[in-house]
Design a protein around this ligand. Sequence first.
Ligand SMILES: *Cc1c(COP(=O)(O)O)cnc(C)c1O
Length: 414
Amino acid sequence: MSLESFDKAIFDLTNKELQRQCDYLEMIASENFTYPDVMEVMGSILTNKYAEGYPGKRYYGGCEFVDEIEQIAIDRCKELFGCEFANVQPNSGSQANQGVYGAFLKPGDRILGMDLSHGGHLTHGAKVSSSGKYYESFFYGVELDGRMNYEKIAQIAEITKPKMIVCGASAYTREIDFAKFREIADSVGAFLFADVAHVAGLVVAGEHTNPFPHCHVVSSTTHKTLRGPRGGIIMTNDEEYAKKINSSIFPGIQGGPLMHVIAGKAVGFKHNLSDEWKVYAKQVKANAKKLGEVLVSRGYDLVSGGTENHLVLLSLLNNDFSGKEASNALENAGITTNKNTVPGETRSPFVTSGVRIGSPALTARGMKEAEFGFIANKIADVLDDINNTELQAKVKKEVKELAHQFIIYDRAMY
Ligand SMILES: *Cc1c(COP(=O)(O)O)cnc(C)c1O
């Protein structure tokens, strides 16, 4: 029986969500549109298979084909990042990070990560996350100019003596200098862990510095700039570390791997290895740059003044409306973003003085600088007259027309 006839409620809601994804301009920096072939294998019979363990070392029979699938995913992942070992089983970026901590740390050990309110991630030691509950966490941040100050980070490391330093961010617009972080880690005898969840797609295209060979261990999501299925990965060049990471993921924190998603990762990695990928990654950066330039020309402030990656952070410290009001107005105008804290934040984390705007998803739909310039002007129009709901409705129509020129999924239901 088809889903449509068996479960109309879920079928209809999925199609509504498809319509929303087609009609709105998706500019949440952590989102993307994955490939139909990735979705095809994710929706396959591979979901039926239990395969606890790793290729060649499973706890169940009948794993000969999923073994090959996982090995292909591992090999492609290693090739992409230029590293020796990869674990492709983490169900998410957060679980990848939990796996990394479990491999290298004991409860109570010290970690030093980027402050959530400065662009870091919950899993880098925030108190509400297990990373901040099980480990003693300390933080570095960015300066008022929106950039990391590596000398200051070195001083904080010197004072806090962490066992592990975490670098990587969810809202940072500049390149991360992994070599500098390694110097800092070495100076205090710490492990260096890079979480490239946000910039991985740029890294594998050579559009952002590679965390290898500088970092001892690297994690990423596969669904953000990598444009693959929702999931996580962990990589290293050290065999002993790799063994610890593997047992930390299974049996440490996960059970049977999601073989359908691992197959999706393999297919996604094949896209990432192609020549077209380099074109995509370059365009992602060019589009974010264009977006930032037009916003600045319209009188808006950007954290750090611009961008070197896939996102811009609009700073509203000098405006009389907040990040929350701005992202709500943009949502009404058909443009999906998220509010974000900014350096020198004066408003609460629920209100904020920033908006994070990313280019990966719309670039996946085929948009280029011309469209990003048009969109940036629409964003400025809406913000210039933030309470004008008529204007928001008008922009929403224009935005929908633009979106429909860049169709990404042609089937009603995947
Ligand atoms: C998104 C993100 C994660 C978490 O990924 P999930 O798949 O949502 O768990 C971890 N680290 C960073 C830096 C991220 O941006």
